[in-house]
Design a protein. Structure first.
Lengths: 223, 74
């Protein structure tokens, strides 16, 4: 039965989306509709005990920012300053028949500002932990620094956190998988840091030596 | 595919979706060459260490797997 002043002691909604909410025993009030995207949130400081609020973004709330094909010798993804977290996925990349490395840089910074530690397994032959400091990029093949992936099935995923901070940007996780020219499978995973006190405004995907991508896609998620 | 004579670089504005493709600048090409040199140096260092490792194993007359067991690794 519709609620109205005529049928109860409740107040009546005045607009689309308004809610009638209990305010005390045998009494009620109207909670005016919120704005698009807001959710109903319990808040004991409110007169009606609830309010409309914009959900917080953060881990687990990544949404796709952009996606496309790798082409030329580099792809720069810009206008990223509003994101606190970024997840970059690079799939099926290759630059053909030249030995090189896939590298990712923050803000096109080529200084010795990239540190990482982690674990790598080269075709199950010599898995080992490794660390590198003062690197000039986040590379897909550290410490071997070379890859001849004509199979075009390489995968590289890098998650960055603390991107808006004026402190360091954390390279929360970098996972890499590819087949080298010997068609053996290589996997690596790292954590690290971009050691500059600046927000992340762009990410640059390129190869070491300036080789032209002949296949591959990128997808960038952010929150 | 090998290096092109006129490298192209692509820029994607994640906010607007605008894409620009243009020739690389002299500075960008110079950076590519520096990166290539760094990679070659790193690869040479890695290969040198691998050669040293093989030489030590030969000297000790043990395999890499036996060395790993000896050192307590996996």
């Amino acid at each position: 039965m519709p609620i109205s002043k005529a049928s109860s002691n409740a107040v009546a909604p005045a607009a689309l989306g308004d809610l009638v909410v209990g305010s005390a025993t045998n009494d009620s009030g109207v909670l005016a509709v919120g704005t698009t995207g807001q959710v109903l949130t319990v808040d004991s400081t409110q007169a009606l005990g609830v309010k409309w609020a914009t959900p917080a973004t953060g881990a687990g709330n990544l949404s796709q920012i952009t996606t496309g094909s790798l082409s030329g010798t580099s792809v720069t993804l810009s206008s990223l300053s509003t994101y606190a977290e970024l997840l970059l996925l690079i799939n099926g990349y290759t630059w053909g028949t030249t030995t090189s490395s896939l590298i990712v840089r923050v803000n096109n910074n080529s200084g010795a500002n990239y540190n990482q530690f982690g674990w790598y397994d080269n075709a199950g032959a010599n898995g080992s932990s490794v660390k590198g400091t003062g690197l000039t990029s986040f590379s897909n093949t550290y410490p071997e620094s070379n890859q001849l992936n004509t199979n075009a099935d390489g995968v590289m995923a890098i998650k960055f956190t603390n991107c808006k901070s004026t402190g360091f940007t954390d390279m929360d996780q970098k996972s890499i998988f590819f087949r080298n020219a010997d068609s053996k499978y290589y996997s690596q995973t790292y954590k690290g840091v971009y050691s500059q006190s600046e927000a992340v405004s762009s990410l640059v995907i390129t190869t070491s030596g300036g080789y032209t991508f002949s296949a591959g896609t990128y997808t960038l998620f952010g929150a | 595919m090998a290096k092109t004579n006129t490298p192209q670089v692509k820029f994607v504005n994640a906010e607007t979706g605008e894409e620009i493709v243009r020739d690389a600048t002299i500075e960008e090409i110079a950076q590519m060459e520096i990166d290539g040199d760094n990679t070659a140096t790193a690869r040479a260092q890695t290969e040198s260490k691998a050669a040293q490792r093989r030489a030590i194993l030969e000297h000790l007359k043990i395999t890499e797997e036996e060395a790993r067991i000896l050192l307590g690794g996996n």
